[in-house]
Design a protein around this ligand. Structure first.
Ligand SMILES: C[S@@+](CC[C@H](N)C(=O)[O-])C[C@H]1O[C@@H](n2cnc3c(N)ncnc32)[C@H](O)[C@@H]1O
Length: 550
């Protein structure tokens, strides 16, 4: 069904089926029939049917979409019930603001989804009004994210700010007062760049805002510009008889964007029309386009990969399991403690990560073999093996018992080797695999004042196992590397009466001035598990706050 007005933009509808297929097409069809009908009752009936389809649309969309937060609902309510005419008469606002300016709950939820979909951290809202969308977007951001909300009316900042504070999100929102074009230039001068920009201020200004965002490279790669009111009540394609500056401005804007060779745009008939504009991928060599057309961060994705992590019931292993799962892998949480493994597998499943708990004592060859078989059977393969299970029995060299020495080497060294061996057999057969062993900063220095000879020696062997396997298997599709964390602030330290008093002294040995958190190690495991590290062979990646170089 060809649109009635294309307004100079070439339109080649792929939906010219002739059969009404969407609510808009159904209504168009009903009204077309009404236009042809002679009988007034028939006309009334057709118009009523058309009315019901349209009148029910937004309420239905709201009913089947997630509800806004309490804070957003309250702010929307305040925005819709505020006396804007009175505020204008009392010269609190420069312009006669209207409650209709508030984009509302559904659009707020839409923006919230876009923020999450793009993993946005920095957002620009051009035209804040009472901040309802601002708040919704801030809710979707990580704690260190920020919405820069541009607004010309100081009164609106006073209106919105208490709601931002009550919601505990004031830190994530910076209201920038003044004409938007100036504010954009000021933010550009400050070096701020955006993952998502939402254009929703004066329509005559859209083109200038868009040009600034594009020409000054203010949108990060992969980022989007979301344009509100891109249909201007339908008047952009079905003009009324009166002069219409707003529709003219949007029409000119839409035409500029569709002709802009730098971008791709999709126009959605959502609310008053929302366009999503994104920079095109460039052509060129692999550095330009990214390897296999992947942006760098995409190369870290572990989609369709299966990982196992030993010692994943707590501490570093648990953090590794989460990191690999977040990057897209299915994860086998392996531990000698079944309950802890099940607990972590449950945490992953709650996040939507495909996970299973697997029991294995890594000192037992049969267990390591069964572990790999179980993972392959339950998760459909094995591509990433993280051999992390380990212990540390602190004792002076002269007091170290043979039993403790053997146990430490059984778990930390033989266990790592047995896991590598079983994982390696499967991976060599498939010609692909990533093995990452947990070594330690203790492979580079002698940690002190605590005494831990068995641990130090066992971990030094892990580095040599890693180097040897890395070299042996490098040309058969496998990468074997290890990570050497510094002193990590885990329950093992927090709950140890012997180790807790040493923290102060350790801090004097660490240039970073703090212990490592398990989260400090998570990006490294994803990097080593991904194809971004394909040329990394037998490497010992040290993450120790600088302790080993001091
Ligand atoms: C449609 S409302 C914004 C609605 C809001 N984004 C929402 O989602 O609820 C437009 C806002 O843009 C502001 N505005 C208009 N012209 C502006 C300009 N030149 N610079 C900054 N803000 C402007 C208005 O004061 C008004 O609050």
């Amino acid at each position: 069904m060809a649109p009635a007005h294309s307004n100079g933009i070439a339109v080649d509808s792929i939906h010219a089926t002739g059969n009404p297929d969407t609510p808009v097409e159904v209504v168009t069809d009903l009204l077309a029939q009404a236009l042809e009908a002679k009988d007034s009752e028939a006309i009334k009936d057709l118009v009523k049917q058309a009315h019901d389809v349209m009148a029910g649309l937004d309420p239905y969309l709201e009913a089947v979409s997630s509800k806004p937060s309490q804070a957003c609902s309250e702010l929307i309510h305040r925005s819709l019930t505020h006396d804007w005419t009175q505020a204008f008469k009392q010269q609190k606002t420069q312009f006669h603001q209207k409650k209709e300016c508030c984009a509302g709950a559904l659009e707020g939820s839409f923006l919230k989804s876009l923020i999450r979909l793009t993993s946005a951290k920095t957002v620009l809202e051009v035209g804040m009004f009472t901040g309802t969308s601002t708040l919704a977007m801030a809710e979707a951001l990580p704690e260190d994210g920020k919405v820069y909300a541009l607004e010309i009316e100081p009164y609106l900042q006073q209106f919105a700010q208490p709601a931002f504070e009550a919601a505990g999100l004031a830190e994530r929102i910076e209201v920038v007062l003044g004409p938007a074009e100036e504010s954009i230039k000021e933010l550009a001068r400050r070096g701020v760049r955006f993952d998502v920009a939402f254009l929703d201020a004066d329509k005559g200004g859209y083109l200038a805002y868009y040009k600034k965002l594009m020409d000054l490279q203010l949108i990060n790669p992969g980022g989007i510009i979301v344009v509100d009111n891109s249909l201007m009540k339908g008047r952009v394609y079905a003009p009324g008889r009166m002069a219409d500056e707003l529709a003219d401005a949007i029409r000119e804007f839409n035409q500029f964007v569709i002709r802009d060779q730098r971008v791709e745009v999709v126009a959605l008939p959502f609310r008053d029309g929302v366009n999503i504009v994104q920079r095109k991928r460039v052509a060129g060599d692999v550095v330009n386009t990214g390897l296999h057309n992947n942006l760098l961060l995409q190369r870290l994705k572990l989609t369709n990969k299966v990982a196992l992590v030993t010692g994943a019931g707590q501490g570093i292993g648990r953090a590794f399991a989460h990191a690999l799962g977040e990057a897209g892998a299915s994860v086998a949480v392996v531990d000698v403690n079944k309950d802890k493994a099940a607990e972590v597998a449950g945490e992953l499943a709650d996040k939507g990560i495909r996970a299973v708990a697997v029991y294995a004592d890594v000192t037992q060859k049969a267990d390591c073999k069964r572990m790999v078989e179980t993972v392959v059977q339950q998760l459909g393969g094995l591509h990433i093996g993280v051999n992390n299970a380990g212990i540390n029995k602190n004792a002076a060299a002269e007091d170290t018992t043979e039993a403790d020495w053997d146990l430490t080497f059984d778990i930390n060294t033989k266990g790592v080797f047995l896991c590598c061996q079983e994982e390696g057999k499967h991976m060599l057969a498939q010609g692909y695999g990533k093995i990452i062993n947990t070594a330690s900063m203790a492979t580079l220095l002698v940690p002190h004042p605590q005494k831990q000879i068995a641990y130090n020696a066992s971990k030094a062997a892990v580095v040599k196992i890693t180097q040897t396997l890395g070299a042996e298997w490098a040309d058969r599709g496998l990468n074997v590397n290890c990570i050497s964390p510094g002193i990590v602030n885990t329950a093992l330290i927090q709950e140890s009466k012997d180790l807790q008093p040493l923290v102060g002294e350790w801090l004097t040995q660490i240039p970073a001035g703090r212990l490592a958190e398990v989260t400090d190690l998570q990006a490294a495991i994803v990097y080593l598990a991904s194809d971004a590290s394909n040329y990394m062979v037998g490497h010992n990646l040290v993450i120790d706050g600088g302790q080993s170089i001091w």
